[in-house]
Design a protein around this ligand. Structure first.
Ligand code: CP
Length: 333
């Protein structure tokens, strides 16, 4: 494996094999598998789980890693093209990426969406530009429109919990957040659940529809897997017999890049905070999923996060386990 950028790049057999390897490495550790190997990690956006889980995964496989982020660089990092660098930044991303890559055997990059131009973000323009600066094996640690590591971990979490594939009902719900957030997790998640063969319902208020291209990609995956993808603004209809609700906030696609327009829509939606009444007509043990970090009392009530429905810690731990499999495939050969 040279690139881990999108679950859509994997065949069903490759995905199953990766998940099987993740489970095996968790049950039967191989602490020397990647001895002498180095993973270079470039974080252009903040992280807790991705940063810690990749470092832990490399150590558990006998390798090592290092992290570079603009906050820790004494030089300052410039990423604009064609700029005269007479400001505070003394290092350009065009040199930084190949230099960082040259110290390792694989490179992970995180670069969130710029959220000014929807077409650019849907095309993952910035991530592709960064990826083109090196020919090292590459891992997408979250880009404008994808988060494949999160999706692989979430897929495994549902397998671990024996949540049904065919006939399993997966509700991806928009939730309130004070700021517009990227589309990467919802876009990756709707595709992942469709790929898993589930009946996926995107629950969102008007103005927060997922982009047509994102829904189209998920529906293509559902055609292959035997699942389905629908969308609604009707909470009760969406939650009927649901096995999972996956909450996430995202930007208004109607007002993408227009913060006042987005704000005017979202400030009316403060009651989109997942709480027990949401589960009234769901399956009795319907699970709550979220990629974290999550704002308590804003996105979800404490009693859900702290109660038996929540599997957010299992999802976060599976980040490390799933990434061990990705690293093993990429670096062990
Ligand atoms: N879920 C996730 O990617 O978490 P971080 O942003 O903390 O890495």
């Amino acid at each position: 494996m040279r690139r881990f950028n999108d679950l859509a790049d994997l065949s069903i057999e490759e995905l199953d094999s990766l998940l099987e390897l993740a489970g095996r490495l968790d049950r039967k550790p191989e602490p020397r598998a990647l001895e002498g190997k180095v993973l270079s990690l470039l974080f252009l956006s903040p992280s807790l789980r991705t940063l810690a889980s990749f470092q832990a995964a490399m150590v558990r496989l006998g390798g090592g890693s290092f992290v570079i982020s603009p906050e820790m660089s004494i030089h300052g990092l410039e990423s604009r093209d064609g700029i005269v660098m007479d400001g505070p930044a003394a290092e350009h991303i065009r040199e930084a990426v190949p230099v960082i890559a040259s110290y390792g055997d694989a490179l992970g990059i995180r670069a969130f969406a710029e959220r000014s131009n929807l077409a650019d973000d849907l095309a993952d323009k910035r991530f592709k530009e960064l990826a083109a600066l090196s020919d090292a094996p590459l891992i997408n640690m979250e880009s404008a429109i994808n988060h494949p590591c999160q999706s692989l971990a979430d897929y495994k979490t549902m397998d671990d919990l024996a949540i049904p594939k065919q006939g399993g009902r997966f509700v991806l719900s928009w939730a309130y957040h004070p700021r517009p957030l990227p589309l990467a997790v919802p876009a990756a998640t709707v595709h992942m659940a469709a790929l898993r063969g589930m009946d996926v319902v995107v629950l969102r208020p008007p103005g927060f529809e997922l982009p047509a291209a994102t829904m189209h990609k998920a529906r293509k995956a559902a055609e292959l897997s035997g699942g389905s993808v629908t969308e609604t603004a009707d909470r009760r209809a969406a939650m009927e017999s649901a096995h999972v609700i996956y909450a996430k906030s995202w930007s208004s696609t109607r007002h993408y890049g227009d913060q006042p327009g987005d704000q005017a829509l979202r400030e009316e939606l403060i009651d989109w905070c997942v709480d027990e009444p949401w589960f009234e007509n769901a399956e009795p043990n319907c699970r709550f999923m979220h990629c974290l970090p999550v704002r308590r009392g804003v996105v979800v009530a404490d009693r859900i996060l702290d109660g038996p429905r929540s599997v957010v810690i299992e999802e976060a731990r599976n980040r490390m386990v799933a990434q061990m499999a990705v690293l093993y495939r990429m670096l062990k050969g």
